[in-house]
Ligand binder design. Structure first.
Ligand code: BEZ
Length: 388
């Protein structure tokens, strides 16, 4: 009896090993997309997926000769559900790589699970500084930005414009708080002072009391981070409160990216900084924008670019190992060394696996975030606390 069981167990193990080998060679590579498909960031998740798929399509539907199979989870931008959601992909679906997400709080739970399981992870948006800071790991990469970077660049612009007293307003969670930190660091280095930080819980959009406080304090400038549906409402409310005419608003670029149709006249002339701009006149960006428009009948935004570049980064790793995902060390080495030919401009990876990239000054004109100059060249996140 014991012998029979042992034989059966050995057979099962051998079958498992054969299945594993088949998985490594002929089967599709499983990409787990963990993104928001509902809620205030739903449009952002959709654009990331569209960008990712576009690069795969451009390679004939395969990366490094391997078919790509997508498994999708809607994370609802809800940190409380994030550990269960990411474990569906890692433990139930046994994906080869997780790609996600938008919300920093959700990304932190994903990074924890990726560190524990060793699963390859590419973050196509969420800027949580910890992901390429204290939580960094060899198997975790980002194709987007750190929150610190996206606050620092508008801080440089605000200081250069000679503003002295700033107020900040954002959602009270990792992304908003870390962008405010980056803004404050650059702004105060440039001679300004942040006199008050205002915030409200994510994803609330009841801005009225906070706008009244801004009107009362009369700062020289307001720095804001909101994105998606929340950004649309904030920009319209700022204008409707009469503040746009009296107190300049400078945003992390998410304030006006992918949102301009909803914001209309209220967004015209707003100044932001980001690592992408619609009118970057390079052959690479023009080709990307044309292909995206033809494929989806839509103009791309920064989220589409980050999704596209997540696929490019994965392809760089897969090409180095001819599609054999079991050669993880070689894949990681290739991703680390990759120079990504992005629509935003070429970028490289920092030692902590975060893009080192130019940040552009932009102004809203019509339905476009128009680049007016480079705010900070080759800006690298400090990667504080990362021990790889
Ligand atoms: C974040 O949570 O990290 C985030 C969300 C939307 C846009 C930018 C950053």
């Amino acid at each position: 009896m014991t012998l029979a069981l042992t034989r059966r167990a050995a057979f099962a193990l051998a079958a498992f090993a054969v299945a594993g080998a088949a998985h490594a060679q002929g089967q599709p590579i499983k990409v787990g997309l963990m993104l928001p498909y509902t809620g205030t960031f739903a449009a952002l998740g959709d654009m990331i997926e569209k960008g990712f798929r576009l690069h795969v399509e451009e390679q004939g539907g395969k990366l490094a000769g391997r078919e790509i199979q997508f498994v999708k989870v809607d994370d609802e931008s809800d940190p409380a559900k994030a550990t269960d959601n990411v474990n569906k992909l890692i433990k139930r679906d046994n994906v080869d790589v997780i790609v996600g997400t938008v919300h920093s709080g959700v990304a932190l739970a994903m990074a924890r699970a990726a560190r524990e399981s060793g699963t390859l992870m590419i973050v196509p948006n969420a800027g949580a500084d910890e992901v390429t800071g204290p939580m960094c790991a060899p198997n975790i990469f980002r194709s987007s930005f750190s929150n610190w970077q996206t606050g620092y660049a508008p801080g440089v612009i605000a200081a250069q414009k000679g503003y002295k007293r700033a107020m900040t307003i954002t959602w009270n969670y990792a992304a908003g708080n870390q962008m405010v930190k980056g803004f404050t660091e650059a702004f105060e280095k440039g001679g300004g002072k942040v006199i008050k930080e205002l915030n409200l819980p994510f994803p609330n959009v009841e801005f009225q009391a906070l706008l009244t406080e801004i009107a009362a304090q009369k700062p020289d400038v307001v720095f804001a981070f909101f994105a998606g549906g929340g950004a649309v409402k904030f920009v319209k409310d700022y204008d409707a409160a009469g503040l746009k005419k009296t107190i300049p608003l400078i945003g992390a670029g998410f304030l006006t990216d992918g949102t301009l149709q909803g914001q209309g006249e209220s967004a015209q002339g707003l100044i932001t900084a980001l690592h992408y701009g619609d009118n970057l006149e390079t052959p690479r960006n023009n080709a990307f924008r044309n292909k995206f428009a033809v494929t989806y009948k839509l103009n791309p935004d920064v989220y589409a670019v980050q999704g596209y570049d997540a696929a490019q980064l994965l392809a760089a790793g897969l090409n180095a190992v001819k599609g054999d995902v079991t050669k993880k060390d070689a894949m990681i080495a290739a991703m680390k060394a990759a120079k990504i030919d992005s629509p935003r401009g070429p970028f490289t990876m920092s030692a902590q696996h975060n893009p080192v990239q130019d940040f552009y000054a932009r102004e809203v004109k019509g339905n476009y975030n128009v680049v007016t100059g480079v705010a900070v060249k080759a800006l690298a996140d400090p990667g504080r606390g990362c021990r790889m």
